[in-house]
Design a protein around this ligand. Structure first.
Ligand code: SF4
Ligand code: SF4
Length: 115
């Protein structure tokens, strides 16, 4: 597996953080693309992915086993926070490292160095 495919055997961020975004990104809005039925209201102007606004988050759209094999069932239509969340190849995204650590996964920089 290449480093570029690391997310396919991880998925930790999809089960670590609240994924919230402007309501206009969902299909309930004229130009929206995120399936509204997979979201819930979080704030007057914000939605979040179902399953992510809870003590042990896990996005409803995450398929598979974290740390083994995962996919996003709405990948082409995922909301902006997911598109902007970068894997921490060079240690640049501590939230990626932190999410991986929560599931007992090494930071990607360590995986890359031992590969
Ligand atoms: S925690 Fe990092 S490596 Fe894991 S799926 Fe998210 S971005 Fe990819
Ligand atoms: S929408 Fe997809 S990429 Fe975003 S948190 Fe959910 S499973 Fe992860």
């Amino acid at each position: 597996m290449s480093l570029a495919d690391a997310c396919l055997t991880c998925g930790a961020c999809c089960a670590s953080y609240r994924v919230s975004f402007y309501w206009g990104e969902a299909t309930g809005a004229p130009q929206g693309h995120v399936p509204s039925e997979l979201t819930e209201s979080f704030h007057p102007h914000l939605l979040c992915m179902q399953g992510t606004n809870q003590r042990e988050p896990r996005c409803i759209a995450l398929v598979g086993a974290i740390g083994e094999q995962v996919s996003c069932s709405i990948y082409p239509d995922r909301p902006s926070p997911c598109r902007e969340f970068a894997m921490s190849i060079d240690g640049s995204n501590p939230y990626c490292d932190k999410a991986r650590a929560k599931y007992g996964l090494l930071p990607l920089i360590s995986v890359h160095e031992v590969a």
